[in-house]
Design a protein around this ligand. Structure first.
Ligand code: HEM
Length: 118
């Protein structure tokens, strides 16, 4: 069963300025008791997600502490996956550690596959 999302005031901080991290900060979280990854210069704490990731915890742990943009985009993650990410967003990389990769959104075929026409 999928856990219902409980509204536990987990912040609507999109307007507030995000927390800033360096790659060195991220590198301190490479284990399954604390696992951070970087996608498009954004930092995600996926510790709680390791068990739930449809692609398995191994791929996440492999990328932990570093930039996983390429791996993430190669898979062609769906719109759903991109929605889920927001839950794990904890901050952004400081300017000097950014790669400035462009987030081009889900691949067309990844979006289509999840839409169930009513
Ligand atoms: C917070 C970040 C991530 C989230 C929320 C996430 C979520 C998901 C979801 C929902 C799926 C199922 C397919 C889909 O809906 O697209 C999936 C599949 C997959 N993910 Fe991720 N993912 C994340 C990061 C990553 C990263 C960094 C990698 C590898 C570098 C990765 C590798 C994979 C692979 C290989 C699959 C395919 C599994 C299969 O089809 O058998 N994911 N992910």
């Amino acid at each position: 069963m999928v856990e219902e999302e409980k509204d536990n005031s987990l912040v609507e901080t999109s307007k507030a300025s995000p927390k800033m991290y360096t790659l060195a900060d991220v590198l301190e979280h490479t284990k399954n008791d604390s696992c951070w990854i970087v996608i498009h210069d954004k930092v995600y704490d996926v510790t709680k997600f390791l068990d739930e990731h449809p692609g398995g915890e191994e791929v996440l742990l492999e990328q932990a502490g570093g930039d996983s943009t390429e791996g993430f985009e190669d898979v062609g993650h769906s719109t759903d996956a991109r929605e889920m990410m927001k839950e794990y967003f904890i901050g952004e990389l400081v300017e000097e550690d950014r790669k400035n990769t462009k987030d081009t959104g889900p691949k067309p075929w990844a979006t289509e596959s999840t839409s169930t026409e009513k």
